[in-house]
Write a protein that binds this ligand. Structure first.
Ligand code: AMP
Ligand code: MG
Length: 396
């Protein structure tokens, strides 16, 4: 049985990165940058005023200055500032030749075309050319995630169509003869399909795309038909929810085999989520995920996300955060590596992971508000309150 670490390493070796594409900045939020972006000029590109005020020569000790030009932002003064002269200047405007300092208008006494100052200090109030970044410097590194701040820098650099990661396209099928759509009243022995909504939200949250989503009963022929009748060019990753175990009605893995997928693992040393199957056929990937909602969440964040990250960025990162176990409870260990739903909370003057109520992997009412999965290594007896533990933040 593979550990989570081994399963992730296997995925990193098996899955190939998808080709990048260029998108307009309006579609770039949340995407991974697949090129490094370089400043093609100094930033700022010219000396400019950081204040509304008067541009003078810093070494000019005249008691009064003659105003020889006015420079609003976006204009350029042709006039060179000579001793005894100044330019009325506004924030963001280019500093005229000759001037080396801007005196704030708050200290100015203006009298017609003359101005004197109640206060002078050494501050230049000039944002010098290149003080933020030099031409040629790499400002956005390949592999970083683009958010609003990074997108605004792209715009500043004139990079209006950055090369970014594509959104992996997901084909999701919820299997189970007990399932009815969530807007229907379940009959005897039936339940509402909640995994479709769950997977759809997880897909969106990580920047992937739901290409196709279906629900089928526990009927191998129907499942086979549903998969093979979808356009093979329309998806990258097939996710089958349910039918992951070895019961009479669990034919997920068998169906994948029949479709020509090579199966790399069919279970992991993991609790919850042990019967997770991973297979590949050419560039297509497939997972069969145990039907319980919490198993879905755990398999998604620990394993499936790794495959999606490989497709999008060609790298798998696995940041864990360490903090004390909160909530005053003891967490019992298990022979299997366990990932326990938890919430980040401020306790005893610091950040703690507080475990949430979890009895079986079918429970979801107790895990509302979860924002982390605590790792309990395989075979340890227990984790005591206040002991340091590692956890995976699930919204990161
Ligand atoms: P399975 O992996 O098919 O054996 O399912 C395990 C458990 O998860 C069963 O109790 C199922 O009823 C439940 N389950 C399976 N699929 C779904 C679904 N789409 N939504 C909610 N629960 C499900
Ligand atoms: Mg089932």
């Amino acid at each position: 049985m593979l550990s989570i670490t081994e399963a992730r390493a296997l995925i990193a070796q098996t899955v190939h990165v998808l080709p990048p594409l260029r998108v307009p900045l309006a579609q770039a939020d949340g995407r991974t940058l697949r090129e490094s972006l370089v400043a093609e000029e100094d930033i700022p590109a010219f000396d400019r005023s950081a204040m509304d005020g008067y541009a003078i020569r810093a070494d000019d000790s005249a008691p009064e200055f003659r105003i020889v030009s006015e420079i609003p932002a976006g204009t350029l003064s042709v006039r060179v500032i000579a001793p005894g002269e100044c330019a009325r200047i506004f924030t963001g405007a280019a500093i005229p030749d000759g001037a080396t300092q801007v005196l704030m208008q708050e200290f100015a006494h203006r009298n017609g075309d003359r101005v004197s100052f109640t206060q002078r200090d050494a501050k230049t109030n000039i944002r010098s050319r290149g003080e933020d970044a030099r031409e040629g410097s790499v400002l956005l590194e390949r592999g970083m995630s683009l958010g609003p701040v990074e997108i605004s820098l792209c715009a500043q650099l004139g990079k209006t169509a950055p090369l970014v990661a594509p959104r992996p396209r997901i084909f999701h099928i919820a299997t189970g003869s007990e399932l009815v759509p969530p807007d229907e009243l379940p009959g005897a022995g039936q339940i509402r399909d909640s995994n479709s909504a769950l997977v759809s939200a997880l897909v969106q949250e990580c920047g992937a795309e739901m290409a196709r989503q279906l629900r089928v009963g526990d009927d191998p022929a129907q499942l086979l038909d549903a998969i093979s009748s979808a356009d093979i060019e329309s998806w990258d990753v097939l996710l089958l929810s349910g039918g992951a175990s070895v019961g009479d009605h669990d034919f997920g893995a068998r169906t994948l085999r029949e479709l020509g997928f090579s199966l790399h693992f069919q279970q992991l040393n993991l609790r919850p989520g042990k019967p997770l199957t991973f297979g590949t056929r050419g560039r297509h990937l497939a997972f069969v995920i145990p039907g319980n909602p919490l198993s879905h969440i755990v398999c998604w964040h620990l394993v499936i996300r790794a495959a999606l990250d490989m497709l999008a960025t060609g790298a798998v990162e696995f940041g864990l955060m360490e903090a004390p176990l909160g909530g005053g409870v003891v967490l019992k260990g298990n022979p299997r590596e366990t990932w326990w739903p938890a919430r980040i909370a401020w306790e005893r003057g610091g950040v703690n992971f507080v475990p949430l109520k979890w009895q079986s992997s079918g429970d979801t009412t107790g895990i509302i508000g979860m924002d982390a999965l605590i790792r309990i290594p395989a075979g340890i007896a227990a984790v005591q309150p206040g002991e340091p533990i590692s956890a995976r933040l699930i919204h990161a």
